[in-house]
Design a protein around this ligand. Structure first.
Ligand code: NAD
Length: 437
């Protein structure tokens, strides 16, 4: 990962802590809370050997970081990407701790990843790598300690292999060890679109508060994967004009907006992003301009949704962002320096730990169902998700007004308050210095 992508000093974890320290100035907490959050609870670095289809051996570096489990078992996805490294995984794990606190669900934070380009592996190689990684994690993960889920370039099938491997190694079927599984292997209805849907519920709250007209609201989405596709589709359904989308190869722009279901259809069929209109299964190309991922961020839109990777909006391009609202569906798309520029310019940033909390919230529902032998309807899942997302969005909007702060600071303050209460419930210096007289 380049320095430009990770903030001034090139360390994503350090950059994440900077945002936390900024927020703690607004919401004083016991210094022990920050001290704990600066030090992930446990970190594992493994080398996973995989026999490739051509008979050769390759060794992949994998990581799992359990950041904090004060509020409950640690929870967080597993990413497959060539840029995965320990600092990134630590930052992602810290954000999970804060996100679970923001959502008010009884989980701490974790994250994992393998440094690999999964697009270069065959399906069998991918399965061997996924099972091999779980073999190396051993009891570092478990339904009561640390529960993985999908992230960039991992999906339900990968989660199914991982759950199966963990169950095989432990001699008992353990669906609750991993969330985001296929429905038929114990997954939850509504998990597939939960991240995008959660972001959509947050946007609906902003729409109400600021009286937005969806039909006059232009949206650009960077990253057209699981999270990006679903938020785009839900907004499109409500009349929002999604005028630009992109994937790792670049983006497309169309003044009139795209028919999002058609784009999703061709992207998932052909793995390519094309401007199309589909009638049933017949798809026709429609004219569109191409834009780079960098240009997409600077388009004249109302709502910008980064939904790909971290470090996209930095001090180098933040002054060219034209959107009045940035909704961080990706984790950490804005560096702390970029954030300061956006704040100075009065651009509203809905922080990742709120905007993409829908994924972990429905993962929590999946875990609850697995442990209770339950199976909720889609309606039950979506109603519960909507209730949590709306409740916490309103709480953060109100806290922002109370503190006179931006929404990231308010979200971090909310998380710090909840984490602080949990840390203090175990006693801090103040308690232990008091001899009870
Ligand atoms: P995904 O693998 O389904 O999709 C990622 C998309 O980003 C793909 O379309 C890919 O082509 C594109 N992409 C990759 N590199 C890019 C680049 N440099 N520029 C633009 N696009 C690029 O992943 P996802 O699950 O949708 O995750 C996307 C983001 O959302 C990540 O930051 C992830 O941590 C975050 N997130 C995901 C979930 C979840 O439940 N899936 C939950 C919370 C947060």
């Amino acid at each position: 990962m380049s320095d430009a992508m990770t903030g001034a000093n090139g360390d994503v974890f350090r950059d994440a802590l900077t945002k936390l320290e900024r927020a703690s100035a607004h919401r004083p907490v016991d210094p022990e809370v920050l001290l704990r959050l600066e030090h992930p609870k446990a970190m594992l670095h493994v080398s996973v050997p995989v026999r490739m289809d051509d008979g050769s051996l390759r060794v992949f570096e994998g990581y799992r970081v359990r950041h904090d489990d004060t509020r409950g078992p640690a929870k967080g996805g597993i990413r497959y990407h060539p840029q995965v490294n320990l600092s990134e995984v630590k930052a992602l794990a810290l954000w999970m701790t804060l996100k679970c606190a923001v959502a008010g669900i009884p989980f701490g934070g974790a994250k994992g990843g393998i440094s690999v380009d999964p697009k270069t592996l065959s399906r069998l190689e991918l399965e061997r790598l996924s099972r091999g990684f779980i073999g190396h994690l051993g009891n570092f993960i478990g339904p009561e300690t640390d529960i993985p889920a999908p992230d960039v370039y991992t999906n339900a099938m990968v989660m199914g292999w991982m759950m199966d491997e963990y169950s095989r190694l432990n001699g008992r079927r353990t669906p609750a060890v991993i969330t985001g599984k296929p429905i038929h292997l114990g997954g939850s209805l509504g998990r597939d679109d939960a991240t995008g849907r959660g972001a959509y519920y947050v946007i609906k709250e902003l729409e109400q508060r600021h009286h937005w007209d969806p039909f006059a609201t232009r949206v650009a989405v960077q990253g057209f994967g699981n999270a990006g596709q679903h938020v785009a589709a839900l907004l499109h359904q409500d009349g929002y004009k999604v005028v630009a989308v992109s994937d790792s190869q670049g983006g497309i722009y169309r003044e009139e907006g795209f028919d999002i279901p058609s784009l999703i259809h061709t992207k998932n069929e052909s793995r390519k992003l094309r401007a199309v209109y589909c009638e049933g299964t017949v798809c026709e190309m429609v004219p569109a301009e191409t834009v780079t991922n960098e240009e997409l961020l600077e388009l004249d839109v109302d709502v910008l949704i980064p939904a790909a990777l971290e470090g996209q909006i930095t001090e180098k391009n933040a002054d060219r962002v034209q959107a009045s609202t940035v909704v961080e569906v990706a984790n950490g798309p804005t560096t702390s320096d970029g954030d300061a520029v956006l704040a100075d310019r009065g651009i509203t940033v809905v922080p990742d730990i709120l905007a993409n909390a829908g994924g972990v919230t429905v993962s929590y529902f999946e875990w609850v169902q697995n442990r209770g032998g339950l199976s909720w309807t889609l309606e039950e899942v979506q109603n519960r998700l909507s209730e949590i997302m709306s409740r916490e969005t309103l709480a953060i909007l109100e806290l922002g007004e109370e503190l006179g702060s931006d929404l990231r600071t308010a979200a971090y303050a909310l998380a710090l308050g909840r984490l602080g209460a949990a840390v203090e419930a175990q006693g801090t210096k103040g308690y232990f210095n008091d001899d009870g007289d």
